[in-house]
Design a binder for this molecule. Sequence first.
Ligand code: ADP
Ligand code: MG
Length: 261
Amino acid sequence: MITLDDVTLTFPDGASRVTAIDRVSLTGRAGILTGITGPSGSGKSSLLAVAATLIRPDSGRVTIGDVDATSLSRDDATALRRERIGIVFQQSNLLPSLTAREQLQVMAELGGHGAGHRRRAVRSRVDELLDAVGLADHAGKRPAQLSGGQRQRVAIARALVHEPQVLLVDEPTSALDQERGAEIMDLIARLTHERDAATLLVTHDLVHEGLLDELVTVVDGRIVAGAPAMGAVAPAELSVARAVRGAMSVEVSEAVPTTGA
Ligand code: ADP
Ligand code: MG
């Protein structure tokens, strides 16, 4: 379970600040796929970045399971993220030189799970996940040998390596055609239910609304539907996606310094 409690996030904007998230409260429950929708610039990616503990909010609290993530040090937040949170972005962010299987193995071995007798367990878990996302026959391929939809499947499998309680997914279908996009959405819904993840899924494509267990709409940093609406705020234009991807690639490249290019 993940809970955002009265979260506000602002960014510097010249001499003043812009409010990206304005007093949002939101709960994601185990086995429930919660969609987050809203116009571009409304704060959806910011919300996921705060939920992912990648950005600390100005105020409010993020609770993952029974842990108050907003009170953790940077290192403890990184450890929490590895253990309990799976993250999938718009772009799959795979390492070009690694095969599908290796992308998952690298993730599995973060945190010392790769040593000695554990290695066989890692290998079988990785293969089980690749099978679950329909890529059993493509485990030995590198990203360039895979289609966009297949790369997103690898990213989803990779996000699930640590059996996260919380799965955070930001517009996973935006680079895919409609059929491939629908397959990815089906997959996320199925894995959420099968693996009992609390999934928050940002999407602006409500074609998939029928797959969602819950839906909240964000406008100008506030939830306007699916939960009580709140106070007033100014809109703005920039995107947090780059900051989030930057933070992710730092984490990955720490583990695989030779493939960071
Ligand atoms: P969405 O994902 O819904 O398109 P974002 O969360 O990316 O919206 O952005 C919400 C608002 O927060 C934007 O309009 C932007 O002004 C502001 N914002 C996001 N990231 C940054 C940043 N790194 N620096 C300054 N402002 C930002
Ligand atoms: Mg976004």
